[in-house]
Design a binder for this molecule. Structure first.
Ligand code: IMP
Length: 430
């Protein structure tokens, strides 16, 4: 069995990756984040305690695990320091954390611009988390960005900062925002550098050393495949690709290392922020699922939109991310429903299609084609063995496998680490 596992979100984020990563992180030698930033909200629960992480990898609770924030991330040092402080306040003080010297750095103007761009879009807002993620990635790719490693070379950092602000201040002013003062930003970032400086290193080297010595390495994706900058519901997406295909570039390793890819999918679907969502449901049923599943954003607290499981999306993301096993989350939330629907195709102007169209204009015209399965009444939150699940719950899982041509490796029936059913015993050998 694999010594390298990638955990990817397969829907619109918030699938429960935090729980799955945490489940395997307890045995991993290393946990690596390879994309995104503090726009992610990973909830981890164990021993009755609930923790929320944004940019720090989920292996942080295990003192023996090496946690890595990879070069593919956009890292806000302010947020790293605040997250660490929160962990310290709750007694989590013994951990190993490293940050890539090549990771793009979120600067104050990114956050200001994220807000300003959104406000100017009016009704067409993406509904970003306002953490500056898009503007930070834009600067990275336009080669005007600063990187985490720059903090270790103060003169170079200052040079890059002056060059960036020379242009950014013009943009800030043109949008009616206050320009930033070089001195102030410099001093604040140098202060942050004192706090995170010892964690900054060449993490690609660190990860490759671990891989070469056969360590157990877990790659933790953020967001979900339908928020992928390339394959998601563009432009209502995030600015990176959560796919397992991003791991080699975002961690600085060769593709040959990737074998097991656990695709995390809720037993239904949710989405925060705007954008088309073909299987969205509303009214009493949506309310019931939202309340039972505690479907409110970890980062922003926004109520999540709720819908039926979309097998068109699941098949699409399974292929794109190379998902080898599903982790089906929150199956317990569906207990008690008379009927459960699964979307198996889209009706586009009278024609059935089985892959999502490339534009949201066309996606908005797609009507879900459903099959309906019988529900189950039993409380399943205490079940730990697949065979003990109600027949209709088993049938639901088998239908997901059939429709997506991807086996289900594990099922989550509650938020706690222990509320997990391992279907594929091979996963337990990670
Ligand atoms: P951004 O990543 O802040 O630019 O936001 C772009 C879109 O991605 C918005 O619809 C956000 O709600 C969504 N998004 C970003 N991160 C997450 C996440 O971790 N979970 C769910 N949605 C997310």
């Amino acid at each position: 069995m694999s010594q390298r596992m990638v955990v990817v979100g397969s829907q619109w984020g918030d699938e429960g990756k935090g729980k799955i990563t945490d489940y395997f992180a307890t045995r991993a030698d290393m946990v690596v984040r390879y994309q995104g930033g503090n726009n992610a909200g990973h909830t981890v629960m164990f021993d009755g305690n609930k923790y929320s992480l944004q940019s720090i990898p989920s292996g942080i609770f295990n003192p023996a695990t090496v946690n890595v924030m990879g070069n593919g991330m956009v890292v806000n040092p302010e947020s790293v320091v605040a997250e660490l402080q929160k962990l310290h306040d709750r007694g989590i003080t013994d951990y190993k954390l490293f940050i890539s010297n090549r990771a793009a750095m979120v600067m104050p103007w990114h956050i200001m611009l994220d807000g300003a761009y959104e406000r100017r879009k009016g009704d067409a807002q993406i509904g970003t988390t306002q953490k500056g993620i898009g503007p930070a990635y834009s600067d990275k790719y336009s080669r005007t960005g600063l990187r985490i490693g720059d903090l270790l070379e103060p003169d170079y950092f200052r040079e890059r900062l002056e060059a960036a602000l020379d242009v950014k201040n013009i943009e800030l002013k043109s949008l009616g925002l206050e320009p930033l003062d070089v001195e102030e930003v410099y001093n604040r970032y140098m202060e942050l550098a004192r706090q995170i400086g010892p964690m900054i290193t060449d993490t690609s080297d660190l990860i490759n050393e671990a891989l070469e010595s056969d360590a157990k390495v877990l790659f933790e994706g953020a967001q979900g495949m339908m928020l992928c900058i390339d394959h998601g519901t563009y432009p209502f997406v995030t600015s990176s690709s959560p796919s397992a295909a991003s791991v080699p570039v975002g961690a600085g390793i060769a593709p040959k290392w990737i074998d097991t890819v656990v695709g995390v999918a809720k037993a239904y679907c949710t989405r925060v922020g705007a954008g088309p969502f073909p299987t969205e449901i509303d009214g009493e049923l949506a309310h019931e699922i939202r309340e039972r599943g505690h479907e409110y954003g970890t980062v922003t607290g926004r109520p999540r939109r709720v819908g039926w499981l979309d097998a068109v999306v699941a098949r699409y993301t399974s292929r794109l991310a190379g998902i080898t096993q599903w982790a089906i989350m929150l199956l317990d939330v569906l207990s008690g429903l008379d009927k459960i629907k699964i979307c198996v195709a889209y009706d586009l102007d009278g024609k059935e299609i089985t892959t999502p169209p490339s534009t949201i204009a066309t996606l908005a015209r797609c009507k879900p084609v459903y099959i309906e399965l019988d529900g189950w009444k039993e409380d399943i939150s205490g079940i730990r063995d697949f065979d003990r699940l109600p027949e209709n719950a088993k049938a639901y899982i088998r239908k997901i496998e059939e429709l997506t041509k991807t086996p289900v490796g594990m099922i989550s029936v509650g938020p706690d680490r222990s509320q997990t059913i391992i279907v594929d015993p091979a996963l337990n050998r990670f």
